[in-house]
Design a protein around this ligand. Structure first.
Ligand code: MCA
Ligand code: AMP
Length: 507
């Protein structure tokens, strides 16, 4: 079934009820949402795109950006969201790889996006800005506000999400209508969504967390969303008394706790705070419980799998554990021979279920590598069942993530692959080699740091290197610190020992 039809089942009968309230005081009813979505679906349908055509979108967060997403799904096309921090070289790669039929961008980026899109063979480029302007809305404005949702098979593609690669460039994770619809249904029950819930939404909507976990949750439950453009603690505190559910990356909770205005009283209407995308420090979990009087619910997922494991809504929430496999999701922790580990033994986390993606876009070999012969997806995360989870003893059926086998940094909930940053640094004049590592950071959890070796006789300037990187890659990938050193520590095989660098710079 088309994912939109799955979500629509939860829309309230009262079409005048509020679906979205914005930070600047605008209200969109469910009728508005359906009409705006229909107009945009009609626009896409009028372009007569082939089945499976991709609609790539790099725009600021706005209600209309959400409607564009829903319209794409409703019209049977494939949604491809792109982080607003991506720069032209990054966007060029995504467009050339995905070959979208339609690109929607902010009007301030139109000139360079058009150039890149035309190179990639894209036929239509529209603009959409956060103040409800742009050629997309202009083109849709005269069209009908009714649209018959295009039927979709369970394994038809609904979205492609690019996730960075450990060795090469980003891979597009292909998610089907079934992947997304089944996960939304499971989460609605598992997290006890109920009538009257109001979601406080401050996450970006170009990733799984803000779009497929948070927004889907409210949509399938017919719940109002308070729609904030970005994380702003003052705005969160202002709207919290009218809200019941919030989702955030750990940085959301660190920043809220640093604000004196965040009290039990302000949060008294809230029934659920959910954290994910990166490890929630036990210290944050415990302080939150002390200050607010309720435990944050931590869950675990991936772009390739949507949500996998979650602490329970009603049962025990354990700090330092991500909880129980969601209904329908199978999780195993295995040793190097793919044999199941015992409780408290550390191994690789592998998963199966209706939520597991359909593969990487046009990368069949890479897809095959990431699955075991018997069909388990290798998450690249390392964990164990039960054991001491810092926040107390985890029951034996609770999963604890203890690390990652993939060389990945998660900074403020965004993934950064060291290899990508190293390749940009290594291309700079005077650089012999580099190692990019993650070091603990009080706000972002982990911060990106680069350790760089100059070529013989070359002089490198850390600030100038950072300035150059800022013109090349998204801002969250920029190293917060660059250290110039004479050489990198290596093991007997000649491999750079990043663990030693991490220890050294963490100290
Ligand atoms: C911004 N900056 C960052 C980050 N964000 N640096 C490192 N890591 C970051 N995440 C830098 C900017 O480059 C800038 O640096 C300075 O911080 C201020 O930028 P600003 O945009 O004002 O930052 P902010 O608004 O305070 O944003 C921080 C944030 C944001 C709220 C943590 O990054 C965020 O919303 N993260 C959520 C990511 C997310 O949704 N992840 C879900 C992925 P300068 O001043 O030098 O230019 S989905 C996923 O992972 C899976 C499926 C899952 O399980 O959910
Ligand atoms: P992404 O591919 O961007 O969706 O990021 C997925 C990765 O985020 C996972 O493979 C984990 O490494 C990490 N992740 C997500 N949620 C959690 C969590 N609650 N605790 C620890 N790591 C997490």
């Amino acid at each position: 079934m088309n994912l939109y039809s799955v979500l629509e089942k939860g829309f309230p009968k009262d079409k005048k009820a509020c679906a979205l309230e914005t930070h600047d005081g605008l209200y969109y009813s469910w009728g508005d949402l359906e009409a705006a979505t229909a107009k945009l679906s009609n626009l896409l349908a009028s372009l007569k795109l082939p089945k499976g055509a991709r609609v790539a979108v790099q725009v600021e967060k706005s209600p209309e950006a959400l409607f564009l997403y829903l319209a794409t799904i409703r019209a049977g096309y494939v949604y491809l969201p792109l982080n607003t921090a991506y720069q032209s070289a990054e966007i060029q790669y995504f467009l050339e790889n995905a070959e979208p039929a339609v690109v929607v961008c902010s009007s301030k980026n139109l000139s360079w996006v058009s150039a890149v899109a035309s190179k990639a063979g894209t036929k239509y480029v529209f603009t959409l800005d956060e103040n409800r302007t742009g050629t997309l809305l202009d083109s849709a404005s005269g069209l009908s506000d009714k649209f018959k949702t295009v039927p979709a098979k369970d394994d038809d593609l609904a979205a492609i999400l690019y996730t960075s690669g450990t060795t090469g460039r980003s891979k597009g994770a292909m998610l089907t209508h079934k992947n997304l619809g089944s996960n939304a249904q499971v989460l609605q029950k598992f997290w006890g969504w109920k009538k009257g819930d109001v979601l406080l939404h401050a996450l970006p909507i170009f990733h799984v967390h803000g779009l497929f976990v948070a927004a889907h949750g409210a949509l399938i439950n017919g719940s109002k969303m308070i729609w904030l453009p970005r994380l702003d603690t003052a705005q969160l505190l202002k709207h919290m008394p009218q809200s019941t559910v919030m989702m955030g990356v750990p940085t959301f909770y660190v920043r809220l706790l640093a604000d004196k205005g965040f009290t039990k009283k302000v949060a008294s209407n809230m029934r659920l705070f959910i954290s994910g995308s990166a490890p929630l420090l036990t210290e944050t979990f415990n302080t939150f419980k002390d200050v607010i009087g309720q435990p944050i619910l931590e869950r675990y997922g991936m772009s390739e799998t949507v949500m996998l494991v979650s602490n329970p809504y009603k049962g025990k929430r354990v700090g330092g554990s991500v909880g129980l496999p969601l209904p329908g999701v199978k999780v195993r922790v295995v040793d190097e021979d793919n044999k199941p580990c015992k409780v408290n033994e550390i191994g690789s986390i592998q998963v199966k279920g209706p939520n597991i993606f359909a593969g990487y876009w046009r990368m069949p070999e890479k897809t095959a590598e990431e699955f075991t012969k018997d069909g388990w997806f290798k998450t690249g995360d390392v964990g164990r069942w039960g054991g001491d989870a810092n926040g107390g003893k985890a029951p034996n059926d609770y999963l604890c993530i203890v690390g990652r086998s993939k060389d990945l940094i998660i900074s403020g909930g965004y993934n950064v692959y060291p290899k990508e940053i190293e390749s940009f640094i290594d291309d700079m004049p005077g650089v012999d080699e580099s190692a990019v590592i993650g070091i603990p950071h009080p706000d972002f959890g982990e911060a990106v740091m680069a350790v760089v070796v100059p070529k013989a006789g070359a002089k490198l300037n850390a600030e100038a290197m950072i300035a150059t990187l800022k013109t090349q890659i998204a801002n969250f990938k920029i190293p917060k610190r660059v250290e110039i050193v004479a050489d990198l520590p290596r093991n007997a095989m000649g491999k750079v020992q990043k663990n030693i660098l991490r220890q050294q710079y963490t100290a």
